[in-house]
Design a protein around this ligand. Structure first.
Ligand code: AR6
Length: 173
């Protein structure tokens, strides 16, 4: 029986088949969880692995090995930037669709790479300012929708802070 789990901690420490990186479209590293993953996996290894990939469109995801991480794979996805200035219902719906696509593409990569355990950070909710409640709802619904077809047995939402953890726990309760 496949499970959805919530844990608080640093995603780079997790010994799972795949961790997801909240990257950007260039795949050349950055701050936040992306920076932490590059440091822990080995920056030179990761930059060499992502260089031939030609970046990553927003809503897409690309796989590399985990190198020095306990995780076997890293699925790099580029989440949407939440922009208040360009708000409005249509713009917000489009951002929702892109965030859904990030989670869906990661679950597709999980199936391709025979991943049984996968951990997600709260994609787009840091520097990209996606509203955290709204993002968590999308994360849970999308992972749940693709769980069975993916072959994933453990999907972990790895929350870096207490506020994020509380949101996920409330939505999963
Ligand atoms: N483990 C788990 N979660 C973490 C960790 C960690 N070690 N570090 C941060 N988080 P962000 P975004 C959480 O900003 O909003 C980068 O520069 C963090 O608390 O990392 O998708 C990229 O290169 C938040 O809840 O990603 C892009 O340019 C969540 O991870 C841009 O930031 C996502 O925050 C992507 O922005």
């Amino acid at each position: 029986m496949a499970e959805l789990e919530v844990i608080r901690g640093d995603i780079t420490k997790l010994a799972v088949d795949a961790i997801v990186n909240a990257a950007n479209t260039k795949l050349k590293g950055g701050g936040g969880v992306d920076g932490a993953i590059h440091r822990a996996a080995g920056k030179a290894h990761l930059l060499a692995a992502t260089a031939p990939l030609g970046g990553c469109a927003t809503g897409d995801a690309k796989a590399t090995p985990g190198f020095n991480l306990p995780a076997t794979w890293i699925f790099h996805t580029a989440g949407p930037v939440w922009s208040v200035k360009r708000g409005g219902k249509t713009a917000e719906d489009a951002k929702d669709a892109l965030l859904r696509s990030c989670y869906r593409r990661c679950m597709e990569l999980a199936r391709e790479h025979n991943v049984r355990s996968i951990a997600f950070p709260a994609i787009s909710t840091g520097v990209y300012r996606f509203p955290p409640n709204r993002a968590a709802g999308i994360a849970i619904a999308t992972v749940r929708e693709h769980l069975q077809a993916s072959g994933v047995e453990r999907a972990i939402f790895c929350c870096y802070n207490e506020a994020t953890e509380a949101i996920y726990r409330a939505l999963l309760a």
